[in-house]
Design a protein around this ligand. Structure first.
Ligand code: ADP
Ligand code: MG
Length: 658
């Protein structure tokens, strides 16, 4: 009954994504027919043996029925027990087999058969629960359509998604999920990519643009040439991450396995003591039978599996059971500011040139310098310069100093773009010159050579979810800190808006690390939430590193958890899921120990018959497994519903509003 925890969760080698979803089947269809038939057969044998026994028929008749029933019923139990013996593992199968055989040997046929039937039934329940836990992944896959519209010359055919190969062209109607990673070859539309890139605003796409599997086509009909399909696609990789995470056991699982083995030993020792003291074989059997450990051994991996699946469903990729467990125990959440608490899609407010420069010159210098920049501020400058019609060329060289800014070679001059530390020539914010819009705007200074050229004011707004996230985290008893490389003034402004009490500003990446170390040194367990290259070391150092889906690749790589949709509400939700999983596991631990100890005492003094003991064993175990199963997420809601307002699929490609 002790399922191999975790190990089987991934289903072995990387399966293709097109594997048929079993999630849509009703549960009773998923019960192994052999197992069900076997259980019913053993139960019928138990009844028959009981009736023949009671009706005074020949002893041989009930014995015959019992032997047949036991041979059929115990076969899988014997197989598992034998594997456990060879693997030198102490398992429930072994102790139950001992009890079944002992009951049979003293002629208690019915008892022996009833115990066997219970064991088989419990096994079915456990398999079903574990299956449903794993389905969280299959359900994620259900987002992708099973069939797609394949463009075949002039004709359009409906074919299974699994048959699509790179290079083929698919039609995607408004409201439909995009089934592959690919390039738009006709039409145009707005696409919601939040599940993949974390970008919360729909992105306009037109011929030549890339689209990603798992994003939702909103307004127009498009044709897409498949580039990466199935497990290769971006969505496929998200699913693979969840699969791998579910297969990696949480530390608490090792504890659970040890505890479960220990329960079996205690039951056997308890049985020996019972026999020595009472010389009563029936009581002895009851002692062995009553002690169950599946609530721990199977309930624990199931809770972890279900929690990771549930988190993935709501938008957080947890990369392993370990991180889920750590997340349940954190007491401090540290946020990076730019791109994490704020949108990271800041807007240039205005350019304020120094004497001898004009605004366009400052802007164009800054935009050229930031040409290769991945930083939200750099991107804002480039986007603004393009929007006002300036030419933005690539610089001769580009050097990014995390937490400071960039230095670029433009026409032979070293141009520095960044904060006051990076461009010390800039006048101080207290001087009459620069205004930082009352602390709301970040000042990015520009210097050409040694000459201060001007300042670009950039305003970044807090994410809608940021304030409620901070409030919720506080309500959950967590401390909230903010770290930023930005100026003290801007930092205080945002922190005040969001209700964050502790702020550290003007930090270099190494300073961010130091803050995390200091927090951990005084005993706090820390989550770091960030998005940038400059956050990566801190993400790695924190107990749990969490990256925004919209963040840089390196942050997403380094982090233990990714908020796919960059929605901070998912953060609080994920912490809650982790805590709930922990509570469930702990309740199962405590419940199992209480039931087992109480049961063994009652059995030892002869109050529990073996059948009652089996009932308690299976009943309590089922209760604990179902307790874990409560974490299993419900059915996936198809996101198509969200865009139900979209027009019905127009027959002509490209007619969607742009
Ligand atoms: P945060 O810690 O809030 O995410 P960063 O550490 O990324 O911020 O940046 C800190 C500060 O360094 C920014 O506020 C900005 O003044 C400056 N800076 C960093 N990168 C750049 C860049 N590419 N261009 C201009 N300034 C930058
Ligand atoms: Mg950042």
């Amino acid at each position: 009954m002790t399922g191999a925890p975790g190990a089987s969760a991934a289903g072995g080698a990387t399966p293709a994504l097109d594997e048929n979803s079993v999630a849509s089947e009703p549960w009773w269809r998923r019960v192994d027919r052999m197992d069900a038939a076997r259980t019913v057969f053993v139960a019928v044998c138990a009844a028959a043996a009981g009736i023949t026994d009671a009706s005074g028929a020949a002893w041989l008749v009930s014995a015959g029925i019992a032997v047949v029933g036991l041979l059929v019923g115990c076969w899988p139990i014997v197989v598992e027990a034998w594997q456990d013996v060879r693997g030198r593992r102490m398992s429930m199968e072994l102790s139950m087999l001992i009890a079944i055989v002992a009951a049979a040997v003293i002629g208690q046929w019915v008892t022996s058969l009833v115990i066997a039937a219970f064991v088989l039934a419990a096994e079915i329940l456990e398999d079903l629960s574990m299956d449903r836990g794993r389905d969280a992944v299959t359900d994620l896959m259900a987002l992708l359509p099973r069939t797609v519209q394949l463009r075949d010359g002039d004709r359009v055919r409906t074919v299974p998604l699994a048959d699509i190969r790179p290079g083929q062209i698919l039609q995607v109607s408004p409201g439909g999920a995009i089934p592959v990673d690919g390039t738009v070859t006709a039409g145009g539309s707005a696409v919601d990519q939040s599940r993949i890139t974390g970008e919360s605003m729909p992105v306009d796409v037109t011929v030549g643009d890339s689209v990603y599997a798992g994003s939702i086509n909103q307004t127009g009909a498009i044709e897409v040439r498949a580039v990466r399909v199935g497990a290769e696609s971006s969505y496929g990789q998200i699913i693979e991450t969840v699969r791998a995470a579910q297969a990696s056991p949480a530390p608490v699982q090792r504890l659970a396995d040890r505890l479960a083995a220990w329960v079996v030993y205690v039951a056997l020792v308890g049985a020996a003591v019972t026999y020595l003291v009472t010389r009563n074989v029936t009581s002895t059997i009851s002692v062995v039978v009553v002690a169950g450990a599946c609530g721990i051994a199977a309930g624990t991996p199931l809770a972890v599996l279900a929690a990771i699946g549930r988190a993935a469903r709501t938008g957080a990729l947890i990369k392993g059971g370990t991180y889920l467990e750590r997340l349940s125990a954190v007491d401090t959440v540290i946020f990076d500011k730019t791109g994490t608490l704020t949108h990271g899609a800041p807007q240039v407010v205005r350019a304020r040139p120094a004497a001898g420069f004009d605004p366009d010159r400052v802007l164009s210098l800054a935009a050229t310098g930031e040409y290769y920049s991945e930083h939200p501020l750099g991107k804002a400058i480039v986007a603004h310069a393009r929007a006002v019609g300036l030419d933005v060329a690539a610089p001769g060289s580009f050097d990014y100093r995390p937490g400071l800014g960039v230095t670029a070679d433009i026409g032979g001059a070293a141009v520095r773009i960044g904060n006051a530390r990076h461009v010390p020539e800039a006048p101080s914010p207290d001087a009459p010159g620069p205004d930082t819009a009352g602390g709301a705007a970040t000042a990015v200074h520009v210097a050409v050579g040694e000459t201060y050229a001007g300042t670009i004011l950039i305003a970044d707004t807090a994410r809608e979810s940021a304030k409620s996230c901070v409030t919720d985290l506080h309500a959950a008893g967590l401390r909230v800190l903010m770290l930023t490389g930005d100026s003290e003034q801007v930092a205080r402004h945002i922190a005040g808006q969001l209700g964050i009490d502790q702020v550290h500003a003007e930090l270099l990446p190494s300073d961010k690390l130091a803050v995390i170390d200091a927090q951990r040194a005084v005993g706090h367990s820390v989550v770091m939430v960030g998005d940038g290259i400059n956050d990566a070391p801190a993400l790695a150092r924190a107990d749990v590193g969490i990256a925004m889906g919209s963040g840089t690749d390196i942050a997403r790589e380094t982090a233990d958890v990714i908020l796919i949709g960059s929605d901070l509400a998912d953060l609080t939700r994920t912490v809650r899921i982790a805590r709930r999983a922990r509570r469930i596991v702990m309740v199962n631990f405590a419940g199992t120990l209480i039931v087992d100890v109480a049961g063994m005492i009652l059995a030892g003094v002869g109050i529990l018959t073996p059948v009652a003991a089996a009932l308690i064993h299976v009943g309590s175990e089922s209760a604990f497994i179902l307790n874990s199963a409560r974490l299993i997420p419900g059915r996936a809601h198809r996101p198509a519903k969200r865009v139900a307002a979209a027009q019905p699929s127009p027959a002509v490609i490209g007619s969607g509003p742009r």
